[in-house]
Design a protein. Structure first.
Length: 138
């Protein structure tokens, strides 16, 4: 994470990140035509607080259509556990997951669940990912 640069993020994502001085971040956001969903990448390049964030969301007040579910919480959890990350889950007063945190020094990953969709083949639910943020843990 220390060696990650803005140029590398632009090269790997293929997105034209622009500097947003108010937030002190490089960012790119787009809303797809005929869709309430928007997609965003944010990158902070400060040595003490490096961060990269991917977000799939929709503006407040917009009724979501079928959720995006290219990534599921289960898929990410399996990958992170295999890569040696430890897991802890932040839950609300009803025990529902607000966010999943994966940590392996010096990295911390925050995964915010989105909507769940039914797998028509198995009848099971897939918990979609709304936001994935990778930060350097101090």
């Amino acid at each position: 994470m220390d060696e990650l640069t803005t140029e590398q993020v632009v090269l790997r994502t293929g997105l034209p990140l622009k500097y947003a001085p108010k937030g002190k971040v490089y960012a790119f956001t787009i809303q797809m035509p005929d869709s309430p969903w928007y997609y965003g990448v944010t990158y902070r390049d400060e040595r003490e607080a490096k961060m990269i964030e991917l977000e799939y969301s929709y503006p407040e007040g917009s009724a979501p259509r079928a959720p995006l579910c290219a990534m599921t919480v289960d898929d990410l959890a399996k990958k992170f556990k295999k890569d040696g990350f430890s897991l802890w889950i932040d839950v609300d007063e009803l025990g529902q997951a607000l966010a999943y945190y994966f940590k392996r020094s010096p990295l911390r990953v925050r995964v915010v669940p989105g909507a769940s969709v039914t797998n028509n083949e198995t009848g099971t639910y897939r918990l979609c990912v709304s936001q994935l943020m990778i930060t350097k843990a101090n």
